[in-house]
Design a protein around this ligand. Sequence first.
Ligand code: SAM
Length: 234
Amino acid sequence: MDILRGINENRPWDLIYEIRKVVKTQHRLLDIGCGTATKLIQLASITNYQEIIGIEPNERMRFKAEENIKLANLDNISIVSGSAEDLPFEDHVFDVVTAMVAPHNTSEVHRVLKPGGHTIIEKIGDRDKWNLKALFGRDSKGLRGQFCDYDEGEREIEFREEFSHLFTEVSTKNGFWKTYYSFEGLILLLEQTPTIRGFDRIEDSHVLEKIVETYMTDRGIITTQNRILVAAKK
Ligand SMILES: C[S@@+](CC[C@H](N)C(=O)[O-])C[C@H]1O[C@@H](n2cnc3c(N)ncnc32)[C@H](O)[C@@H]1O
């Protein structure tokens, strides 16, 4: 089990399947914020796509991604340094652009896509891990939980509107599923992601105790994941 991802119940969609619905073997695909390239390797292992490029600003992630690609023995995935806000590519060069729980810039995605190209983006929803975030309360900037100041469903509406300005055939889904974290898995998640602003294992120990007391089950600490799936065509 990947300690950071916890034990997941059935997800409402399979992201790799959603991408495979639009990408053809002769296509060039760009994945923004590819991390360690695990999902790209999954994708490339099913079909021999012409070219897959992962862009990733973090050097350690890029190094791990290269290692994983070598281990998987794939020669159609390359990893490039760069960030979502300023993609280091010419206009209209990709058939598909993806971003899987990574930052994206809608006009940059539109710029690098060929006419008729597709984008599939998965984002964190505003009700993600809500039960846990709610216990962390406020600091001087407001609620500490990421996206806790959004109304329910507001992020989905925001993405639909944002993409509709530039793209056609925009569709969005707001999906939920349960996950169980080990205590150490939850700590890692809170320390390594922006889920809770200013998280500190010692200073927040009273909140962690409350989480264990309230949400620990036989399978681990229960929470609900919320993701938004955006699909659109240029
Ligand atoms: C939650 S990880 C997701 C990794 C991968 N997409 C996956 O689904 O396994 C988010 C990734 O986005 C990268 N990232 C952070 N800021 C970024 C930016 N401005 N542009 C592109 N990627 C970024 C991070 O370094 C990290 O690898």
